[in-house]
Ligand binder design. Structure first.
Ligand SMILES: CC(=O)SCCNC(=O)CCNC(=O)[C@H](O)C(C)(C)COP(=O)(O)OP(=O)(O)OC[C@H]1O[C@@H](n2cnc3c(N)ncnc32)[C@H](O)[C@@H]1OP(=O)(O)O
Ligand SMILES: CC(C)C(=O)C(=O)O
Length: 563
């Protein structure tokens, strides 16, 4: 049960950072940090079933293809699978020269030895050792005081250095993480980190990675940024340190924490694709990278086939990517709601190739991620005319006049309200045809015969069927449209007039058809509506549009009488 007063049970798990002259709020990110993917380690350790060898290799290759240059490939002392995987990468020469593998170990001798054994013969390795430094962990998990905690870390650092020295064939980088950093007293975190960089002799030519994890995210991201800026300013041998972030997402702010952390002075970010990892996950590297990209900054990671990346990650982890996942989810470039659709449709029609991408509601061009525009607009009961018009335009090349868009959207709305579900472009096209094109009652168009009388006069004989009886109506006007209207006026609807008329090509080349859209008003009854004709011949399309429109006017009239 939730407590009415949680203050009796919970209190902030971090200590206030005294940094009144903090600088990070004024900074912007102008280049990509160094990325480190821990999909095969932190991501892997948080799965129902850890990846098998085949899945691990597939994931490794995908990470390389995306462009990661640092990849934490395993916790080799955890299992034979992890150990063998590392050996397999090395022995089968599967690590590209520009990629450095990373391995993680606890600060325990036998685990360090096994870890170092796993990477024997590799060209470049980051050895990553950790121990938790926060008060709760010191007391609860380790039963160690501060000095003992520091000594544990120093001992492990020395051990790693010693073993590495025996293998000069490998280019080593050492990494230390004070696990639970965000809940650790900052001066103590600095003290341990400084001791480690001293052991490893960090310098500008011998860089050491200090990774400051939000093992559990315990505060808002500005606090993490303060903590990082404090460390950035106060660490000894800063010139010899690659300052790294490792945010988890317990409060849902990992992406923000990473971004503010980079603004605060960090050089490197560890995380997983789509935010995999323990509990709520590690920071999502896809989102971080594409946040940069959409600001015009190259992330140095390639997500131009995002669907392929999703497929690989889903198949390897057996966890689905959420449909609303930033940039990647199936629905993130989709607008259902009317005003969004309207704005996007206008954005697309105004946009010229080569211009900056300034598209309402779409922060990034789906095409840059290998997506197309097919799903950008989808129609349900929340949709409006813009979306419907967009679907007809993008799928069938039909550009509708604004008033017809409004009319059609009401027809579609009835359908979506009744079904309660999405309607597809084909459904709308079918409805459009039923309602505006193939309207054959009471008059079914049969043919028309034009006759040129003189420069200003066209005569037309319109043949229609009404209740199985063929009618021949003759009309005259200054063109085929006015002549057909005149024929109708003689026959039955004496006061129809044209409100608007548009004709366009539908499709391209030899197979192009003409589409004619006419709006007629029946003045006597004060009703107006649209009719549409589609035919190879533009005049035939126009005549068919008139017949369809007259039929619709009749239907409106009948509906009124019934009402
Ligand atoms: C925040 C993170 O994600 S850190 C990475 C966590 N990932 C993993 O743990 C996945 C792989 N781990 C494993 O497979 C196992 O934990 C192993 C094989 C490494 C070790 O297993 P075990 O020897 O059974 O130890 P176990 O995992 O239970 O760890 C607990 C012991 O290690 C100690 N320990 C835990 N972390 C560390 C550390 N970083 N450094 C030193 N000792 C540690 C604990 O204090 C405890 O000691 P105790 O038994 O004397 O009380
Ligand atoms: C080992 C460390 C970096 C870790 O995974 C964490 O603190 O979350």
């Amino acid at each position: 049960m939730m407590l009415t007063d949680p203050s009796k049970k919970y209190r902030p798990a971090y200590q206030r950072v005294d940094l009144p002259d903090r600088t990070w709020p004024n900074n912007t990110i102008s280049k990509a940090p160094i990325w480190m993917s821990t999909d095969l380690r932190d991501g892997n350790q948080a799965l129902f079933e850890p990846m098998n060898a085949e899945q691990k290799l597939r994931m490794f290759k995908a990470l390389v293809a995306i462009g990661f240059k640092e990849i934490e490939v395993a916790f080799p002392s955890a299992s034979q699978t992890d150990f063998d995987f590392v050996r397999g990468l090395i022995e089968n020469n599967l690590i590209p020269d520009d990629v450095t593998i990373e391995v993680l170990t606890q600060a325990r001798d036998h685990l360090i030895e096994r870890t170092m054994e796993s990477v024997r013969g590799a060209k470049k390795v980051i050895v990553h050792v950790y121990n938790a430094t926060s008060p709760v962990f010191r007391q609860t998990v380790f039963n160690l005081d501060q000095a003992e905690t520091k000594a544990l870390a120093i001992h492990a650092a020395k051990k790693i250095k010693e073993i590495a020295a025996r293998h000069p064939e490998t280019q080593w980088t050492f990494q230390y993480s004070p696990e639970t950093f965000t809940a650790t007293e900052l001066p103590f975190a600095k003290e341990v980190c400084d001791a480690i960089t001293e052991v490893w002799e960090a310098s500008s030519t011998n860089k050491v990675i200090l990774n400051l994890p939000a093992t559990v995210e315990v505060a808002s991201p500005n606090v993490y940024a303060d903590q990082i800026e404090w460390m950035h300013r106060n660490l000894a041998r800063r010139e010899g340190v690659i300052l790294s972030l490792h945010p988890h997402n317990d409060r849902g702010c990992a992406v923000a924490a990473a971004e503010l952390g980079v603004m605060a002075g960090a050089d490197r970010v560890e995380g997983c694709l789509f935010g995999h990892g323990e509990r709520t996950g590690n920071v999502d590297l896809v989102t971080l990278a594409l946040n940069l990209y959409s600001q015009g900054i190259s992330p140095n990671l390639d997500f131009s086939d995002i669907n392929d990346v999703i497929r690989t990650v889903e198949e390897c982890t057996r966890l689905p990517v959420h449909p609303r996942h930033p940039y990647a989810g199936d629905l993130v470039f989709t607008a259902f709601s009317g005003s969004h659709q309207d704005a996007i449709k206008k954005g697309f029609s105004m946009r010229q190739e080569g211009e900056f991408w300034e598209m309402p509601y779409l922060p990034l061009d789906p095409k840059d991620l290998g997506r197309n525009y097919d799903a950008v607009i989808r129609v349900n009961s929340q949709s409006g005319k813009g979306g419907i018009a967009y679907l007809l335009e993008s799928n069938y090349g039909v550009v509708l006049p604004r008033r017809l868009q409004i009319e059609l959207s009401q027809v579609v709305q009835v359908l979506t309200d009744e079904s309660g579900s999405e309607v597809r472009a084909q459904d709308i096209w079918q409805l459009f045809n039923q309602q505006y094109v193939q309207v054959q009652q009471p008059y079914q168009y049969v043919s028309y015969k034009p006759e040129h009388i003189d420069e200003n006069t066209e005569k037309v004989t319109l043949v229609v069927e009404q209740d199985g009886i063929t009618q021949h109506w003759v009309g005259q006007g200054n063109g085929p449209i006015s002549a057909v209207l005149n024929a109708f006026n003689h026959a039955s609807l004496p006061q129809i007039e044209v409100v608007s008329y548009e004709e366009r090509a539908l499709g391209q080349g030899a197979s192009a058809k003409a589409i004619a859209v006419i709006e007629l008003v029946d003045k006597a009854r004060n009703v107006s509506t649209f009719g549409v004709g589609i035919h190879d011949n533009i005049t035939t399309a126009s005549v068919q549009a008139i017949v369809a429109c007259v039929n619709r006017l009749k239907a409106v009239e009948q509906n009124r009488q019934v009402a």
